[in-house]
Design a protein around this ligand. Structure first.
Ligand SMILES: [Zn+2]
Ligand SMILES: [Zn+2]
Length: 191
């Protein structure tokens, strides 16, 4: 156990007793979500071999929360963008049978990174978030401009070779014409 203080204080299992209500366990049948919620994704990202298998599941309680968030009284936040795409892969790795710990480990890293990036953005002030987003946009634009420029360069080069080719062809063709005309000027002898 790490003594590092973090937001992961939601160690599963040890719920304080005596709340008068069953806190753990789904209601009725469960359906695993292809795209897990942020909290379950966090658990998946930090899962280790030997831990219980994590899945983000809806049950029959009709809540918009997954049953784990609901039974823990937590916010059930949707993953979006990069985190969602990476989360889907991680959830698929957890759903696979037999379980492939290597595949899980490989899918955990990008999710951890995406979670960390979200955390970093949250701790940034709005100006820095805007600046970071602006940098992203500028970088994308620059890449696109470079791509277009190289396309234009290639097209120009192709046009030049084509021109050279046409000039060559015309030269050759001209000689052909001259030869042909010479031939014509040497007609069949009238005899
Ligand atoms: Zn969940
Ligand atoms: Zn949830």
């Amino acid at each position: 156990m790490s003594s590092h203080a973090g937001p992961s204080s939601h160690a599963a299992g040890k719920q304080p007793a005596g709340k008068g209500r069953k806190r753990d366990g789904p209601t009725g049948a469960t359906t695993a979500r292809a795209s897990p919620c942020r909290r379950c994704l966090h658990n998946m990202a930090f899962w280790e071999v030997g831990d219980d298998i994590v899945a983000c599941e809806d049950d029959e309680a009709g809540s918009d929360k997954c049953w784990r968030c609901r039974s823990n009284g937590k916010v059930c936040g949707h993953a979006v963008g990069m985190l969602k795409a990476r989360g889907i892969r991680l959830a698929a790795a957890f759903a696979a049978r037999p379980l492939d710990p290597d595949e899980i480990a490989a899918a955990q890293v990008p999710v951890k990174k995406a979670l960390q990036a979200l955390k970093n953005r949250k701790s940034m002030n709005p100006e820095r978030v805007a600046a970071a987003q602006q940098e992203d946009v500028e970088e994308r634009e620059e890449r696109r401009t470079l791509a277009i420029e190289s396309l234009v360069r290639n097209t120009n080069r192709m046009a030049e070779s084509l021109e050279t080719l046409v000039r060559h062809y015309e030269t050759v063709h001209e000689e052909d014409i001259n030869n042909a005309e010479d031939g014509d000027e040497d007609p069949i002898n009238e005899d």
